[in-house]
Design a protein around this ligand. Structure first.
Ligand SMILES: [Cu+2]
Length: 149
């Protein structure tokens, strides 16, 4: 009987580890001077992720940063230095908007959806207000937000 309980405990542990480990993914987002979607971009501009996944911002071109502009309630904001690979673990469900400090006004921004888009209204409102101040790539936020499902 004790042996059965021990086996059950080991199985429960494997299941718990599986939830935290096996399904979590690294999602690479390149920071680039030029992309198929236009100049000064995060590539891909939109990603869909799951809670527990990690964004890996990769400085493929020089002179860029990543910083959060809007995150779901309870999620941590971030701000990287220049030309740094930056890892962001996505702990909360919702929409994340982020940009490059140097090129925010040039529309160097991106969108991440984690699970359900629980803060879509707030994110859309914020993105529209920011986009009105962009001097180029004015539709980058709206194109990315349109991919939310
Ligand atoms: Cu930049």
């Amino acid at each position: 009987m004790a042996r059965v309980q021990a086996v059950a405990r080991v199985l429960a542990l494997f299941c718990a580890l599986g939830v935290a480990g096996a399904h979590a993914e690294d999602i690479v987002i390149r920071m680039v001077d030029a992309s198929p979607e236009g100049p000064l971009a995060f590539e891909p501009v939109f990603v869909k992720a799951r809670v527990g996944d990690t964004l890996v911002f990769s400085p493929s071109s020089k002179g860029h940063t990543t910083e959060s502009l809007l995150v779901p309630d309870g999620a941590e904001a971030w701000k990287s230095g220049y030309d740094k690979e930056t890892r962001i673990r996505l702990a909360k469900e919702g929409i994340y908007l982020y940009g490059c400090e140097a090129h925010l006004r040039m529309g160097m921004v991106g969108v991440v959806q984690v699970g359900q888009p629980v803060n879509l209204d707030a994110a859309t409102k914020f993105a529209n207000a920011e986009s009105a101040r962009f001097v180029m790539n004015k539709d980058r936020f709206s194109t990315a937000l349109a991919q939310i499902r």
